[in-house]
Design a protein around this ligand. Structure first.
Ligand code: SF4
Length: 467
């Protein structure tokens, strides 16, 4: 049995931030090469601290879904996942045995050599008849930022594509460092120019700042009076959203497994947690804000406050992804980065087989079954606030300055709306939903949403929202 874990950044505010990772996970899942494909996030759930608990096998490959190396791939992800590694990741990746699982952590997908093929694919989408006679290629990077070191990989890809000889010229230009993208009319001589943004996703930079800096007016823009004469620019979509990235991820995963790709086993604690859950589900179980009960050989899952409502009054879902998308936002349309906050929307029911029920519950309440089961077995170890705070780096390091009173004030506000009981603050949870108390779910460690709110409090800027 083999598990693949894709790690994304996610967001406390923007519900779309995780969608690229969801999409690649779905594409890879559909190919059936791994027994499971799991997603984990820095700012959503399952969090980096939780994600390994949600993995079913003892053979795990973790891919950071980032376009370049930097702070997240070298510091935050290894630290939060407990990989015992900090700093640049070697080309062969990092392998560790953690809690009985063999975990391989790779470089981010964006630095894989086959990304040059994705750049080429994007260029040919924008200009199918690009030729070495009259077409220049600009590989456009962000430039080095506080969190990313992307210029090296942009230069490397530009060099590979230059050597391939499919373009008259190949340039590496950047948004935030020299040579800046705004200088393109001076450096590019060819009459046709394809611009491929080496960015992870479509967003503010690809939709606004790049077109503005280059003077573009859409996918194709002609400039009549440039220093080298008339030039037409063909603006491609970012590399990070190309479907071929799924192949890059699979290459990385297979290279990380290397010759030692013997299959793992089922992870015992995980297996026991879900077996217990399924036993209870067969009898009918209320947990968190939902209830599950057997129905005509399938299972029905719905909001507990919709109990007794006829099925035709509810929106019927038949896939785990349908449940995920239905419950990603609250009834006011706001993103739900913490799934145990008491704001799950009502008005839906899901009819699922056993395997899909498990996946739907993993989306609905990430890591809740595993952590609650561990708590009931007395194996869930709480992490006190001071330990969580001391671990923080970068912009979050300032939470170390929070007084206990400040942490308590923020937690009363944030955690007051959450189903979980704060074991990390010393609260007790004698019963769980496995013991018949639906809302009883343990919280072993302050989540990143709370950490972000404490940071705002320390900065004197708190007014809601995590960032
Ligand atoms: Fe819920 Fe608070 Fe725990 Fe976050 S820290 S999961 S808000 S109880």
């Amino acid at each position: 049995m083999r598990s693949l874990v894709l790690i994304g950044h996610g967001s406390h505010l923007n519900g779309e931030s995780a969608s690229a990772v969801y999409r690649y996970a779905e594409m890879i899942r559909a190919r059936g090469l791994y027994d499971e494909v799991v997603e984990g996030y820095w700012k959503e759930e399952p969090s980096l601290r939780q994600v390994l608990k949600t993995v079913a096998s003892t053979d795990v490959t973790v891919i950071p879904m980032f376009i370049s190396e930097g702070y997240f791939t070298e510091t935050v992800i290894p630290r939060e996942m407990g990989l015992g590694h900090q700093g640049p990741v070697p080309p062969e990746g990092v392998a560790r045995v953690l809690g009985g699982r063999t975990v391989r952590y790779t470089l981010p997908y964006g630095v894989h050599p086959s990304m040059s093929e994705v750049i080429l694919a994007r260029a040919h989408e924008a200009l199918p008849d690009a030729s070495p006679e009259d077409t220049a290629l600009i590989v456009l990077g962000h430039g080095t930022t506080r969190n990313e070191n992307s210029n090296k990989i942009v230069y490397q890809n530009a060099e590979v594509l230059r050597q391939a000889g499919q373009f008259a010229e190949v340039h590496a230009l950047f948004l935030d460092e020299d040579p800046k993208v705004g200088t393109w009319p001076d450096v590019v001589k060819a009459p046709r120019v394809v611009v491929v943004p080496f960015f992870a996703s479509e967003g503010w930079h690809t939709l606004e700042t790049i077109p503005e800096d280059m003077g573009l007016e859409g996918a194709v823009t002609t400039f009549a009076d440039n220093p080298h004469g008339e030039q037409t620019v063909y603006y491609a979509k970012p590399v990070g959203t190309h479907s071929a990235v799924a192949d890059v991820i699979l290459h990385l995963a297979e290279e990380a497994a290397g010759a030692s790709s013997s299959d793992g086993d089922t992870e015992r604690a995980h297996d026991a947690a879900w077996a217990t859950f399924m036993d209870r589900a067969r009898e009918g179980l209320r947990f968190g804000e939902v209830m599950v009960f057997p129905e005509s050989g399938m299972f029905e899952l719905r909001h507990a406050l919709d109990e007794g409502r006829p099925g035709h009054e509810l929106h019927t879902l038949v896939t785990p992804e349908g449940v995920r998308d239905q419950t990603r936002r609250d009834e006011g349309g706001h993103h739900r980065p913490v799934h145990t906050l008491r704001n799950m929307p009502r008005g839906w029911r899901a009819v699922l087989n056993e395997a899909d029920l498990v996946r739907a519950v993993q989306y609905l309440y990430p890591a809740v079954i595993e952590e609650t089961y561990a708590h009931s077995c007395h194996t869930l170890r709480p992490t006190p606030w001071v330990t969580t705070a001391r671990r923080q780096t970068g912009i979050y390091a300032r939470v170390q300055k929070a007084t206990p009173a400040q942490v308590e004030e923020v937690a009363a506000d944030v955690c007051g709306g959450c189903l979980r009981t704060r074991l990390w603050a010393g609260d007790k949870l004698p019963q769980t939903f496995f013991g018949g108390v639906p809302g009883a779910i343990p919280c072993a460690e302050a989540c990143t949403f709370l950490v972000a709110e404490v940071r705002e409090e320390v900065a004197g800027k708190r007014g809601g929202g995590g960032g």
